[in-house]
Design a protein around this ligand. Structure first.
Ligand code: ADP
Ligand code: ZN
Length: 216
């Protein structure tokens, strides 16, 4: 059995990376590293980094490569990354992929697989603009697929539900545009290294089984 525990998930916002990550981390001690989550944490704590990132994120633009790559390198040195990790939403550019390669080399780690979630645009836009989350505990709902029991109220904590500013149709469309412009070169980059695993909606279960086999 060959272990494949150091993973990258690539997919448009709303393509299902988060769901997949949750399914895997429930069973295996993988660290789930989402650069979007880390950045939102920085904004919430109103750090210098958070203040720099907030404006870019609101417009659906990317935070500079060096900044996110530095964040990820720090994160990878933490103890919970030892068994393996899922990088979710990073790298987003070739520049970031190259910085990641350097970082992993310096940490004596290597990548095992890059999973690409291929989902149609109309489905993605529908999902994104229907996404709402709890102001208080962060729980995520979807007006279409996973509605809260009571409109606008969190099932878990009773908190108020809201739409993330970058999930508006306008920003979601901009984020998709940015995603495709940056992603195709990245897909080609990892395909050339023989690391790419592409999954479509139909093959989700098969892909999940394949990933789990590598984690044991
Ligand atoms: P989603 O939840 O839609 O997958 P994320 O939460 O990953 O999106 O990212 C939200 C925003 O954070 C992005 O639009 C971008 O501004 C910033 N961001 C996250 N990850 C990166 C990254 N790897 N490089 C540059 N910017 C990033
Ligand atoms: Zn809540």
């Amino acid at each position: 059995m060959i272990s494949k525990r150091n993973l990258i998930f690539i997919g448009a916002p709303g393509a299902g990376k988060g769901t997949f990550s949750a399914l895997l981390t429930r069973e295996y001690p993988l660290a789930h590293i989402s650069t979007g989550d880390i950045l939102r944490g920085e904004i919430k704590r109103d750090t210098e980094l958070g203040r720099q990132a907030a404006g870019l994120m609101k417009e659906g633009k990317l935070v500079p490569d060096q900044v996110v790559a530095g964040m990820v390198r720090n994160r990878l040195t933490e103890k919970d990354c030892e068994y393996g990790f899922i990088l979710d939403g990073f790298p987003r550019t070739i520049g970031q992929a190259e910085l990641l390669e350097e970082a992993l080399k310096s940490l004596a780690r290597k990548l095992d697989a890059v999973v690409y979630f291929k989902v149609d645009d109309d489905i993605i836009l529908q999902r994104l603009t229907a996404r709402i989350s709890c102001k208080n505990c962060g729980e995520i709902y979807n007006k279409l697929f996973l509605p809260p029991k009571q409109d606008g109220v969190c099932d878990k904590c009773g908190g108020e539900l809201f739409q993330r500013p970058d999930d508006s149709l306008e920003t979601a469309t901009e984020r998709l545009k940015v995603f495709y412009a940056n992603t195709q070169p990245l897909i080609d980059y990892y395909a050339a290294k023989g690391l790419l695993l592409t999954i479509t909606e139909l093959e989700m279960n098969a892909a999940l089984a394949q990933l789990k086999a590598g984690l044991a």
